[in-house]
Structure formats: structure tokens, C-alpha cells
Design a protein around this ligand. Structure first.
Ligand code: ARG
Length: 401
């Protein structure tokens, strides 16, 4: 084991990182500095701090990154309309790069030669953290306890916690918790009963939305304003990026919007089942597509859609900090200059329904689209257009006859 003097641990205060804090001190006889990122998860940070202190942390950093997270990570990503495997809005994947970047900054500030995290050796998060670390400091030492120690299950972690008097948060039913990751964009739960993909997720897994079946019987109407691709106001009220997501979470959560039960393919190759709640993000996703529908040129929109799939995969795989993401981002951002205007929506029992959109840059041309009389479009021109497109199809037909 390499001699380490000081390590900065990405510390959530949950089961895994609490055990890791203790384990690092015991195994490396080193100073442990904890870093907790406030990304808008519902967390009692005073309790996290007290816990870290009680475990003998030498220095504690708790940083409010809420605005930076939404403004510089979530919003740029949402310009791409990113969905991994058709459904996942990447709530965990987009948070890891920011945590990694800040963690390296702190390591440099306190002169630590190593960083550590609580992601297991099976998942995506180890990759996302560590690609982020290496990008920001090529020679950083990384301690990934799950890949080193001989504890092989969360159950063994619970045992270790009991033996070492480490308090662990219980879920609402007093049981050992699911593996949870949460921030203002989403919360996700994995493990325990969810490991059987045929078993329906029990209602108590959900933390930020009501069931669509229990949602109010009244429709809620919402407007969202966009400026150059980013949402800037809800119901006519100008809000900061973080406040926008918070506001949309409240609305979406109340109406059961954005619950997803997913089996996904991890970067490593295995399939995993998770429950996601992304109420505000889901509303934002649909609204952004709606404002793009009137402001983007057809082929620009289609080219962007092609890139979107690739972009989502790249974020999922932890490559936010990479030349290829920079390239795609530049391309996507360039399409957003005129993506401004207002979208009207109705929210009802898990559904997000677009009911209207307008923009000073709208390319929607009533004169062209109308079923009524117009004098700028000649219907006769369509005949030649169709005949030329049919040229090769008719040619095929003749070959057969
Ligand atoms: N499977 C999701 C992803 O890779 C979430 C991972 C973290 N969530 C958790 N409950 N531990 O982005």
C-alpha cells in the first residue's frame, strides 16, 4: 500500500462514504479531508458536518454548487435534448464531473496527494469521477475503496458501520437504505428489492413526486420562457437557472411527472435496474423541444437530433471533460441563438402536454402552412418535386416488369 499523507474524500454522509472515511483513516493512517457538494439534494448539511467531525475528519468542505451545477452543467446539457437509451435524463451522470473538478481543486488547495470516492467497482460513477480527476490532474493518486477492500456487499458495510459505531441513515421504514443518488435534477434508487426487474417498485422508493394515480384532478397550466436555448422564466417570473429547476420540480412533483423505471446498459457492460424521478427536468425537456420546433431550421434540427444521441452517450460514459464533448457542445450551442420565446403547457397526472409556443424568431409561417388561399406557394410545383423523388422508385418498378 502506497504511503498517503492526505486524501480528499467525496463525502455524502451516506452509508458508503461514512464507512470509507473510517476505513481510509485506519488503513492509510492518513488525514482525511471531506468534500460535500450541495447540488440541491434534500440534505441536512449540518448533520453531515457533525458526522464527518465525529469520525475525525481533519478538514470539512461543504460547498454550495447549486447555481453553478444548473447553469454550467444541466442547462448546457439540456440544450442537446439528451436522453440515454431513450429515457434517462442523466441526472447522476451530469453531476459527477463538477464534483470531480471541485474535489481536485480542494486537493490542490490543501496539498493532498490523493482523492477518494464511494462509487463501487461495478458502476458508471467510478468512471465518471476518475476521468474527471485525471482530466484535471494527470498524476493524481486515486483511492477507490470498493475495488480494494474485501467487503463485497452493502450488507457487510452495514456490519462494519455497526462495529465502528458509525451511524447510518435508515430509510423511511427503518431499514438499510437503497443506493440513492440525488441532486436538484433527479433522484435515483438502485439495489435491494429493485434488483428483480420484474418486481414493481414499491411506492416508498419514490421521494420527490406523488404517484400519477394520486395526483390532483385539476390541470395545472404553466408557461416557460426561453432565451437562447435556456429557460429563464416560469409563469412570467424571471428566475435563476437553479430556481427554474426548483420551481418545475415543485410543479412536476405535485403532478407525478418524470417517474421512470428503467433497465439500462452501464458503460462497463452489465444491465442494471433503477428508479428515477426527474419532475422538473422532464417538463424542461419537453418545453425545450417545443421552442426548438418553431425556431430551428429543419435540417439544423435533424442534424442536432443525430448529435444528441451521441452527446447523451458521452455524458453517460463520463466524458463531459473531453475534446469530443467540447466539439459537440459548440455545435449545439451555435444552433441555440434564436431558441427564444414562450411555451405553454398543461401538467396533469404524470403528463406534460404542450399547448402552444411563440417566438420573435419563429420560422413557422402561417402564409405557407395555411389550408386557405395563399399566393406565395404554387401547389403545381409539388408535382415535379414528387416526380423527381419518385424517379428511382419508378425505375425499380420497371426493372421488375
Ligand atoms: N444508473 C445511474 C447512472 O449510472 C445512477 C447511478 C447512481 N445511482 C445510485 N442510486 N447509486 O447514472
Amino acid at each position: 500500500m502506497k504511503k498517503i499523507n492526505k486524501v480528499v474524500l467525496a463525502y455524502s454522509g451516506g452509508l458508503d462514504t461514512s464507512v470509507i472515511l473510517r476505513w481510509l483513516k485506519e488503513n492509510y493512517q492518513c488525514e482525511v479531508v471531506t468534500f460535500t457538494a450541495d447540488l440541491g439534494q434534500e440534505e441536512d448539511f449540518a448533520a453531515v458536518e457533525a458526522k464527518a467531525k465525529q469520525q475525525g475528519t481533519s478538514e470539512i468542505f461543504i460547498e454550495d454548487l447549486k447555481e453553478e451545477f444548473v447553469k454550467d452543467y444541466v442547462f448546457p446539457m439540456f440544450r442537446a435534448n439528451p436522453l440515454y437509451e431513450g429515457y434517462y435524463l442523466l441526472g447522476t451522470a451530469i453531476a459527477r464531473p463538477l464534483i470531480a473538478k471541485k474535489q481536485i481543486e480542494i486537493a490542490q488547495q490543501v496539498n493532498a496527494e490523493a482523492v477518494s470516492h464511494g462509487a463501487t467497482g461495478k458502476g458508471n460513477d467510478q468512471i465518471r469521477f476518475e476521468l474527471g480527476y485525471y482530466y484535471h490532474q494527470a498524476d493524481i493518486e486515486i483511492i477507490s475503496p470498493w475495488r480494494i477492500w474485501d467487503m463485497n456487499s452493502r450488507l457487510e458495510l452495514v456490519k462494519y458501520a455497526d462495529q465502528h459505531n458509525i451511524e447510518i441513515a435508515k430509510d423511511k421504514r427503518g431499514e438499510q437504505p437503497f443506493s440513492i443518488d440525488a441532486n436538484v435534477l433527479h433522484s435515483s434508487a438502485e439495489g435491494k428489492v429493485l434488483e428483480d426487474p420484474f418486481v414493481e417498485a414499491p411506492e416508498y422508493v419514490y421521494t420527490r413526486s406523488v404517484s400519477p394515480f394520486e395526483a390532483p384532478n385539476e390541470i395545472e397550466e404553466v408557461t416557460i420562457d426561453f432565451k437562447s436555448g435556456d429557460a429563464c422564466a416560469v409563469n412570467g417570473k424571471t428566475l435563476s437557472p437553479y430556481q427554474i429547476l426548483e420551481k418545475l420540480n415543485t410543479i412536476g412533483g405535485k403532478h407525478g411527472v418524470g417517474r421512470i423505471d428503467l433497465v439500462e446498459n452501464r458503460f462497463i457492460g452489465m444491465k442494471s435496474r433503477g428508479i428515477y424521478e426527474t419532475p422538473g427536468g422532464t417538463i424542461l425537456y419537453h418545453a425545450h423541444r417545443a421552442i426548438e420546433s418553431i425556431t430551428l431550421d429543419k435540417e439544423a434540427a435533424h442534424t442536432k437530433d443525430d448529435a444528441s444521441h451521441r452527446y447523451a452517450k458521452l455524458i453517460y460514459n463520463g466524458l463531459w471533460f473531453s475534446p469530443e464533448r467540447d466539439m459537440l457542445q459548440a455545435m449545439i450551442d451555435q444552433t441555440q441563438n434564436n431558441v427564444s420565446g414562450k411555451v405553454r403547457l398543461k401538467i396533469y397526472k404524470g403528463n406534460v402536454m404542450i399547448t402552444g409556443r411563440e417566438s420573435p424568431f419563429s420560422l413557422y409561417n402561417t402564409d405557407l402552412a395555411t389550408f386557405e388561399d395563399d399566393n406565395i406557394y404554387s401547389q403545381q410545383d409539388a408535382e415535379g418535386f414528387i416526380k423527381l423523388n419518385a424517379l428511382r422508385l419508378r425505375n425499380l418498378r420497371q426493372d421488375k416488369e
